[in-house]
Design a binder for this molecule. Structure first.
Ligand code: MIC
Ligand code: SF4
Length: 656
């Protein structure tokens, strides 16, 4: 039986376990990336594990999320990251150089390599045939220290792409189509591998849009072959030397195959407020639009923005639409400036935002109340834009630009009608304009030893958790429903700047569920903690969707949360819970979910015994009603980490 590309790369990097679906394996990590919103914690934890020069082939620290700078926090973080990177042998991509995933794809990613990133959209690297996986910052810190990354060996879904995209239909529509099939839940333990003649015809930036937004499926990663398209892209980036051809065997067997005929696709949109609430643009056309943004790590390549600029040339944005463009990297921005496409966009009425995450993570440009906002991003979770009750639609740059001109949601294929606008098919340049002077190379050991790491007063070193008790007395702090995202747990937006200060940031855990005039989640949790009662969160399916932010475990841990009981928990979040010693439990009988409510007092006797080797744990309700069982779906290593009091303690103990 032939091998999938995913398994070929996994086998090359295997250091522990057997490469068969469902088995726990450890793989060697060649490259890591961190970004500033998760990176400060990752580096603080890396330093508390002993620090020193990283052991990977390449590690990069990017600054792209926290850049607005209201108050000193953001700049303090940048200075810490710049100096700690120099000290640790890590490359540092400075604020303004672009979004980590876009820059990494352009300048540093390598086909066939493994990349671990403290950001859920790390799989963007799958666009050039990397095995690129998102994880919590502490897992990335361990990889920087030379430790393997542990995961459940995945099942592989093959997506056979055939045909060719029609005019005004985009790569974004491919991934939106797949989201409509697979949804955002139920895909834990899978990876997606694209193949077929349709895949071969897609350029690297198109592929990267698809692998990027694969994060929304909840799969471990997504990948395309490294082929002639990849070689062309790397050659245009003047790094053909990094190219290596890598594909699946022709007779590779996938665990399931999904067929998508590109020529049959039409423009799609993810409607409020989930990336899998997908409809065709045709179905929702006509609604008034108040805001349009082209940007984010999903859709801000040179090709995307050149397409938009070409359509906008000589035209004007609708007078009731605020339209903004955030180029994914400085390379893209610079090229748009040099070829005057930037001038075309400015003349049409575009506001030009920084090369960074910006509005995608609620850093400004929040929509007005009740207004429809069209964005080329990957997430439209409720409130993520910074506006409560927001109405955010995720669309392709083609749909975005057509709608910005019309002032209403518009199927871009309308552009071919009167007055006809030809679809600008943008070819990749033979050479990108390269300028890496904002990627700082780390100094040699002698100079690194003299670097002073700047730790501003707004940066607080996170504490390791207390070990779990033998018998847990707990109280249900919150009962929530399905698809609770890490944005629900730890809001970003104006709170994002608190990422380096856990005690402060923890005050807004589950802020979206707080009610005016009543004690907040954090206040209630701290009250329990003072009485030595563990906080418990009860949730439905797919708990912890979305980002890799380990603050969604770290901050609840700080507040004394000790257990999450859910119908199912997403991969990265579950790992983060274990890393910070919060027990992840899944209902053995999903209907037991209905028997719990906020305020219930629970007891788990023999907790550490159960963690040592049981597959389930007995949970009793103190009010006398029947007990129920929770499943412990944990690897041996997960169990050891929990018993050690979290990954930091576990790593310290093992290095003694
Ligand atoms: C996101 O898109 O939600 C983020 C912000 O990039 C997160 C990381 C973070 O919360 O810092 C992610 O995707 O992992
Ligand atoms: Fe940044 Fe948005 Fe991409 Fe996250 S999804 S890395 S916030 S651009």
């Amino acid at each position: 039986m032939g091998k999938t590309l995913v398994y070929k790369i996994l086998e090359r990097h295997l250091v522990e376990g057997r490469p068969a679906a469902g088995e726990q394996i450890g793989i060697r990590i060649d490259q890591t990336l961190t970004q500033d919103a998760t990176g400060t914690t990752a580096f603080l934890l890396y330093e508390s594990m002993g620090g020193g020069r990283v052991k990977t082939d390449l590690s990069v620290s990017y600054v792209d999320h926290n850049m607005v700078g209201f108050g000193p926090e953001n700049h303090n973080d940048h200075l810490y990251l710049q100096t700690v990177a120099a000290k640790s042998g890590v490359y540092h991509s400075r604020a303004g150089n672009g979004i980590c995933h876009q820059v990494h794809l352009e300048r540093l990613g390598r086909p066939g390599a493994t990349l671990l990133g403290s950001d859920s959209h790390t799989p963007t690297g799958g666009g050039i045939g990397m095995l690129a996986i998102g994880a919590g910052g502490l897992d990335v810190a361990v990889a920087m220290a030379g430790g393997p990354f542990y995961l459940k060996c995945p099942k592989v879904a093959g997506v056979r792409l055939t045909g060719r995209l029609g005019d005004w239909v985009a790569a974004k529509d491919v991934i939106l189509k797949l989201l409509s099939i697979l949804t955002t839940k139920g895909n834990v333990g899978w990876v997606v591998e694209y193949f077929g003649d349709g895949a071969a015809g897609l350029s690297v930036p198109q592929r990267a849009t698809i692998t990027n937004m694969g994060a929304e499926l909840g799969v471990t990663t997504s990948i395309f072959a490294s082929d002639e398209q990849t070689r062309k892209f790397l050659a245009a980036q003047k790094r053909e030397g990094d190219f290596e051809a890598m594909t699946a065997d022709v007779d590779a067997e996938y665990d399931r195959v999904i067929e998508i005929d590109l020529s049959k696709l039409e423009p799609m949109a993810a409607c409020p407020s989930s990336p899998d609430n997908v409809k065709t643009v045709r179905e929702i056309a006509g609604s008034r639009v108040g805001q349009v943004v082209i940007g984010s790590c999903t859709n801000s390549s040179l090709a995307d923005l050149m397409m938009a600029a070409t359509v906008l040339r000589g035209r004007r944005i609708d007078s009731m639409v605020e339209f903004a463009v955030a180029p994914g990297s400085r390379e893209v921005l610079n090229m748009l400036a040099e070829n005057r496409a930037l001038a075309d966009m400015i003349a049409a009425g575009a506001r030009i935002l920084e090369s960074g995450c910006g509005p995608c993570i609620g850093q400004g440009f929040s929509p007005a109340d009740g207004v429809v906002s069209l964005r080329t991003f990957n997430r439209n979770f409720a409130g993520r834009s910074g506006t409560k009750g927001d109405r955010v639609y995720l669309v392709s740059p083609e749909t975005a630009v057509a709608s910005a001109l019309a002032g209403t949601i518009t199927d871009p294929r309308q552009m071919a009608k009167s007055p006809a606008i030809d679809y600008p098919r943008i070819e990749m340049p033979d050479e990108f304009v390269i300028n890496d002077n904002m990627i700082e190379e780390p100094p040699d050991d002698a100079r690194a030893a003299k670097v002073e790491v700047l730790l501003g007063p707004t940066i607080v070193v996170p504490q390791a958790p207390a070990p779990l008790p033998e018998k847990l007395a707990g109280s249900v702090l919150l009962k929530c429903g399905n698809k609770i995202t890490t944005d629900h747990i730890m809001p970003a937006g104006t709170y994002l700047k608190l990422r380096s200060n856990v005690p402060e940031y923890a005050k807004v855990v589950f802020n979206c569920f707080n009610e005016p005039g009543k004690p907040t989640f954090a206040e209630r949790a701290l009250e329990l903690k003072a009485k030595d009662v563990g906080g418990v969160i009860v949730a439905g399916e797919s708990y912890g969707q979305g980002s890799s932010r380990e603050h969604a475990a770290l901050c609840p841990m700080h507040l004394g949360v000790r257990m999450v009981i859910a119908k199912s928990i997403e991969r990265i979040h579950k790992a983060n819970l274990i890393n910070f010693c919060i027990l992840p439990v899944e209902f053995a009988e999903p209907r037991d979910y209905d028997r719990l409510k906020a305020g219930d007092e629970l007891e788990v006797a023999g907790l550490t015994e159960a963690i040592k080797g049981e597959k389930r744990v007995r949970i009793s309700k103190v009010d006398g009603r029947p007990e129920f069982f929770g499943r412990l779906d944990l690897s041996q290593r997960d169990r050891e980490i929990l018993l050690a009091g979290g990954l930091l303690n576990y790593t310290r103990q093992r290095s003694r």
